[in-house]
Ligand binder design. Sequence first.
Ligand code: HEC
Length: 251
Amino acid sequence: MKTYAMRTLAILSLLALAPVSVHAAGGHGLDLEPMEVRLQDTRSLQNGAKIFVNYCLSCHSAKYQRYNRMAEDLQIPADLVEQEMLVGDAKIGDPMTTTMPKDKAAEWFGVAPPDLTLVARLRGADWLYNYFKGFYVDETTVSGWNNTVFPNVAMPHVLAEWQGRQRAVFGQDDHGNPVFERFEQETEGAMDAHEFDHAMQDLTNYLVYMGEPARLKRVRYGMWVMLFLFAFGALAYLLKKEYWRDVDVSH
Ligand code: HEC
């Protein structure tokens, strides 16, 4: 009976530890490559914020996020934000708006670039990560780009300089629908595939943080709680040993 209970307990605790895997799919029935979100990695978040401000705010806004909140949460010095990160004539207490007029943007792209504050909650990290890696050359579209995760997206590949140009090779399923098979690199970018993956993980990390800034605090508290439990556990163990040292349990 005892071993049965213990085994059940062991299985239950293993189950509790197992990550919940969600099977998410992109365009063309694509399987998404999973990405590990690491909100405890402040340097990754800082790099993601830098990419976001430099390459995305020109078209997109993140109007529910303020620069100073980002600076505080990600431990970026306020003067650095003021010198390097503010877009247009924004002040550090302002929300992250874009300088691009919405009606013009809609005219240029056919659809206005959406606000990105909450996009990670809508799409999920895996989707975003694969989207950023999924741009490929397509002469038939207006922008000259297409995307495996978001077919016929109106957004051009703004990070092509880093990734280089890639083409997508499609096969066909039983019904004659295109099925993505692989990418073929056409020109090299400033980054190799590994560096680009890392940069896109940082960018995705940042977007996940931005969608739910309070989660960052929970992760940080969580680490302290784990540390406390560990230290307390060790102390309790030592205490127990101390108390029982003189007790003879052999009979
Ligand atoms: C040149 C303008 C432009 C820039 C720069 C740009 N985007 Fe976009 N983006 C767009 C447009 C336009 C769309 C809408 C696409 C559509 O609906 O077809 C879009 C769509 C998106 C979407 C999909 C939103 C959704 O859920 O429908 C995401 C995510 C996104 N952009 C992220 C980014 C990130 C991150 C950057 C910076 C690396 C960036 N964009 C830079 C124009 C831009």
